[in-house]
Design a protein around this ligand. Structure first.
Ligand SMILES: Cc1cc2nc3c(=O)[nH]c(=O)nc-3n(C[C@H](O)[C@H](O)[C@H](O)COP(=O)(O)OP(=O)(O)OC[C@H]3O[C@@H](n4cnc5c(N)ncnc54)[C@H](O)[C@@H]3O)c2cc1C
Length: 814
């Protein structure tokens, strides 16, 4: 064994499938000075006891692409390294017992095909032919994905380690990392049980230990271990190595062939968190006590599906811990708290499937010092410190395990960990019938129930129970005036003599405006893609108020801070918790505010895209003439302590104006009719403003350089082979929810990013990306025979580059 080096370019902590995959890919990218440290033996954490299912479909095309990378890699790894991997492309069948499950499977199959994965709906009879042990008389449908497979997780880990060693990496077992050294906010090295190593890059792939390891350096890694079980039988007649993987989501169970027997596991709705007081020292190749009581419900469902299980002798009940995150997506990327500190952990029972692609993506991120594609759903910057609170995590992780096999209804909200972040208006809005959803921990009204109606969403794939209420809120905003609680917005001050130059460099629009002006702008990466879209309000010569989406707080703060040069006299302060936001929106917004404010609110005195402090009753607030719903209105930024007073004042004044409270479902339908984009849905780091139809918010001529400018200039004037378009369904009964494939002239051309029912248009309305190699333009869209595929059926739609409602913005600016 080689001695532990005292210096390395990169130290990877953790020799599970993820850590070895990162090491393997770093060497493939040409890094040689790579050291992987494993406290026990390779794969001895969670990896060794994984069931080894590799299902390809994920909820975004880029995450799906990562799994496809895994599939490609696992298919060739054995030949490359000489180490067996157990990889077999056996295909998978997902079955439906209920109508709602079948809708979900059909939607999944649609999405899979739009991501380039072969997926086919089959009948229960055909499912039975592919899986003869299965009972099918209670099924109503199924989906077959031939490219899915299975692998032996421990063998893949060994193969990746072997490949990494062959590429020059050192792999040391029996070495525990006991501390991470930071200097001036950057990684400087690690302390280990066998001495220190200096290093400029650290990769935390420590599985369920990753939160603890992160804490040592102030890095937030929100994950918690939960018990996760499967059983394995002795050989059963009819079970062959080629038997597909089978998933029965309604029964919460899955099946896989294992040495001529069946491995059956599942995701019960409320799982048991484990390791509450930390993971015990020396837990390597460890298992947890059998819990037949907990497993029984899965067993019952499994026997319903595969009756042969009733009599098959059980060889093993495996109970192993796996780490789960607050939102069921894994955690990847550079930690916002420390430069060159990377995390790849929290794989939520999908680490075997994801490791190949996730390891590659993380290695690219490390080598290039930025992600090579949009990975927002997995990005570590989607979390804030509250997410790593152990009490919160314990509650949430228990629910998250079951989410795997919940029917993925649109708008489905999690029930655990709720009520944590409340706006100062929360109790008032609750008393008025608000049904709350949750974003970044904030409770936000989605819709308001009428008196006597329970404010609870009844989920379905059709019109949900809130449809008429959201329609009324929508109409009130278009025709009268509505109040929206938008307190969850991310809010920052960027201040100091160099604030302007810092923001000019970061923003694609020109923010060198007089105080009182609001600028809508993108922050772009070097590729010209959206890192964020936001409004920047100059409040003083040396101070800007920056507002962005609720989920982006950590990400935007991190991006801005990292781009403030060390010598610049500018600081960023997160003031999100200091201000409530009340949106007063609608044609009567001016009348409403005029009743409670002595200010001149006419268009001449208070034009669109301006902002200033005004009185509302007894309180002083910042009023910004801007809108996300496409109507005349003001966003009121209200100091938290006076928010309730301001709200009461507005409510009292507005009764006879038709004032209503309105929620986020109304915001969505209003903004989609108006074609307003949302970062994270329409706008991602892979999309440029030119393609997104936001070229008007880019000022090439502003007299100073900005991030992404060169990339945009290189594309400018060329045909746009991909563009963001607005879509309106022809059939008024149809309801898209997002992610549906878009067809043009009979060919798959893109997919929907956001969708809602547009109550002004009286039809489903959406935004989505469409591609065409010759270029997407208005003339072609006009005649392109556009269709949207909803749960396997295609429906006619109109597509346009302009917003379907009020395209000249007259009402917004009047
Ligand atoms: C019962 C069960 C079934 C599963 N089935 C599937 C499946 O079918 N398909 C699928 O895709 N996924 C499955 N999974 C999930 C999968 O096993 C995990 O997602 C994956 O193994 C995680 O790999 P990892 O490398 O992140 O973690 P680990 O394998 O736990 O590796 C982390 C390593 O870090 C080491 N370490 C921690 N701290 C330190 C330190 N301070 N110093 C040095 N080393 C340290 C640990 O010893 C450990 O070896 C299953 C999980 C369970 C429990």
């Amino acid at each position: 064994m080689t001695a532990l080096p005292r210096q390395a370019r990169v130290v990877i902590v953790g020799g599970g499938i993820v850590g070895t995959s990162v090491a393997y890919h770093l060497t493939k990218l040409g890094w040689r000075d790579v050291v992987l440290l494993e406290q026990g033996r390779l794969s001895g954490g969670t990896t060794w006891h994984a069931a080894g299912l590799v299902g390809q479909l994920r909820s975004s095309s880029n995450l799906t692409q990562l799994i496809r990378d895994s599939v490609d890699l696992y298919g060739r790894l054995e030949a490359e390294t000489g180490q067996a991997t157990g990889w077999k492309r056996c295909g998978s069948i997902s079955v439906a017992r209920t109508a709602e499950r079948l809708v979900q499977l059909r939607r999944n199959a649609s999405v899979a095909r739009s991501y380039g994965i072969d997926a086919e709906e089959i009948s229960p009879k055909q499912a039975g032919e592919r899986y003869p042990l299965m009972r099918t008389d209670d099924l109503i449908g199924a989906v077959w994905i031939p490219g899915d497979g299975k692998a032996n997780p421990a063998d893949i880990t060994q193969a990746l380690a072997r490949g990494a060693r062959a590429g020059g990496a050192q792999v040391h077992e029996g070495v525990k990392v006991t501390g991470v050294k930071l200097e001036r906010g950057r990684v400087a090295g690690v302390q280990t049980s066998q001495g220190d190593i200096t290093s400029e890059v650290l990769v935390n792939c420590a599985g369920m230990w990753a939160r603890q390891l992160g804490r040592m350096s102030g890095v937030t890694v929100p994950l918690h271990a939960c018990e996760h079980m499967y059983m394995v039988t002795n050989p059963i007649d009819g079970v062959t190595p080629d038997l597909p993987v089978m998933r029965d989501g309604d029964g919460h169970v899955y099946f896989k062939e294992e040495v001529a027997g069946l491995l059956m596991g599942g995701f019960d709705p409320w799982a048991k968190p484990w390791g509450m007081d930390g993971i015990p020292e020396g837990f390597s190749f460890g298992t947890l006590p059998e819990d037949w009581g907990k497993f029984e419900i899965l067993m019952r469902h499994a026997i319903e599906r595969v009756p042969a299980l009733e009599t098959a002798p059980v060889r093993l009940l495996m109970n192993g811990p796996e780490s789960f995150t607050p939102d069921n997506y894994f955690i990847l990327g550079e930690a916002p708290e420390a430069r060159r500190y990377y995390v790849g952990a929290g794989f939520c029972s999908g680490g075997i499937a994801a490791a190949g692609g996730a390891g590659r993506a993380l290695a690219e991120w490390i080598v290039e010092d930025r992600p090579s594609m949009d990975l927002w759903q997995a990005d570590i910057r989607r979390f804030a410190p509250f997410h790593a609170n152990p009490e919160f995590l314990r509650e949430r992780a228990s629910e998250i395990v079951g989410v795997h096999y919940f029917v993925a209804f649109p708008n489905r909200e999690l029930e655990s960990g709720r009520g944590l972040r409340r706006s100062p208006l929360h109790d008032r809005l609750q008393a008025r019938g608000a049904c709350f959803g949750n974003k970044m921990g904030w409770e936000r009204p989605n819709w308001f129930a009428l008196p006597g109606v329970k404010p609870e969403t009844v989920y379905s794939f059709g019109r949900q129970n809130w449809f008429p209420q959201a329609a009324a809120e929508h109409r009130a905003c278009r025709e009268a005036v509505a109040l929206f609680d938008q307190t969850s917005f991310s809010k920052f001050f960027v201040q100091g003599p160099d604030a302007e130059s810092v923001l000019q460099r970061l923003c694609a629009n020109d923010v060198a405006v007089p105080p009182g002006r609001i600028v809508y702008t993108a922050m772009l990466n070097e590729r010209g893609g959206f890192e964020s879209d936001l409004t920047v309000t100059r409040v003083r010569e040396d101070a800007y108020f920056v507002v962005s989406g609720s989920a982006q707080t950590t990400r935007d703060a991190s991006w801005i801070r990292r781009h403030i040069p060390p010598e610049a006299r500018a600081t960023l302060t997160d003031v999100g918790s200091a201000y409530a936001v009340i949106g007063a929106m609608g044609p009567r917004a001016r009348a409403l505010l005029s009743r409670v404010s002595g200010e001149d609110l006419s268009s001449a005195a208070f034009p669109f895209a301006t902002s200033r402090e005004i009185g509302i009753g007894r309180a002083t607030v910042r009023a910004s003439r801007i809108t996300y719903v496409g109507e005349l209105g003001w966003e009121l930024y209200v100091p938290v302590e006076v928010a309730a007073d301001v709200y009461d004042t507005l409510r009292e004044a507005g009764g006879d104006l038709g004032l209503v409270d309105a929620g986020y479902y109304a915001i969505d339908s209003l903004r989609l009719e108006k074609g307003y984009r949302a970062w994270g849905r329409e706008l991602t780091p892979d999309d440029t403003p030119l393609e997104a139809g936001l070229g008007w918010a880019v000022r090439f001529d502003k007299g100073s350089d900005f991030l992404g400018r060169q990339a945009l200039l290189a594309r400018k004037g060329q045909p746009l082979a991909r563009r963001l378009v607005s879509l309106v369904l022809e059939d008024p009964e149809l309801l898209p929810w997002g992610d549906e494939p878009i067809w043009c002239d009979g060919s798959l051309a893109g997919s929907v990013t956001s969708a809602a029912f547009g109550h002004t248009l009286g039809r489903g309305v959406a935004l989505g990306w469409v591609r065409r190699s010759e270029g997407v333009d208005a003339d072609w869209l006009e005649s392109a025979g556009v269709e949207i595929e909803i749960a396997g059926q295609r429906h006619g739609a109109r597509a346009s580059l302009r917003a379907p409602y009020d395209p000249d913005g007259r009402r917004v600016k009047s």
